[in-house]
Ligand binder design. Structure first.
Ligand code: ZN
Length: 88
């Protein structure tokens, strides 16, 4: 009898977990459908070497004189480092 009670409790708990799972799933889908405004904005940064814009999280970073420069590739970063202050 007692075991049956525990089993029932576990069953309810499982149902509760499943319901909660689908609720959070629905919320994340709603967030996706809410449009681009609700998404975290990707900051675009300029590559001073080839003048292209890249998302900040994909860019290579180089700090010079307290300013951070961004590059689309290791190639551009090397060009910048070789150029000295040319891009300031
Ligand atoms: Zn570049």
């Amino acid at each position: 009898m007692f075991i049956r009670l525990i089993f029932l409790f576990l069953l309810f708990y499982l149902v509760f977990l499943v319901v909660r799972f689908f609720q959070s799933l629905g919320q994340s889908i709603q967030r996706k459908n809410a449009g681009p405004d609700s998404l975290p904005k990707k900051t675009m940064v300029k590559d001073e070497v080839c003048n292209t814009y890249i998302p900040v999280d994909e860019a290579l970073k180089e700090n010079r004189n307290g300013r951070v420069y961004y590059f689309c590739s290791e190639d551009c970063r090397k060009k910048f480092l070789a150029s000295g202050e040319k891009f300031d």
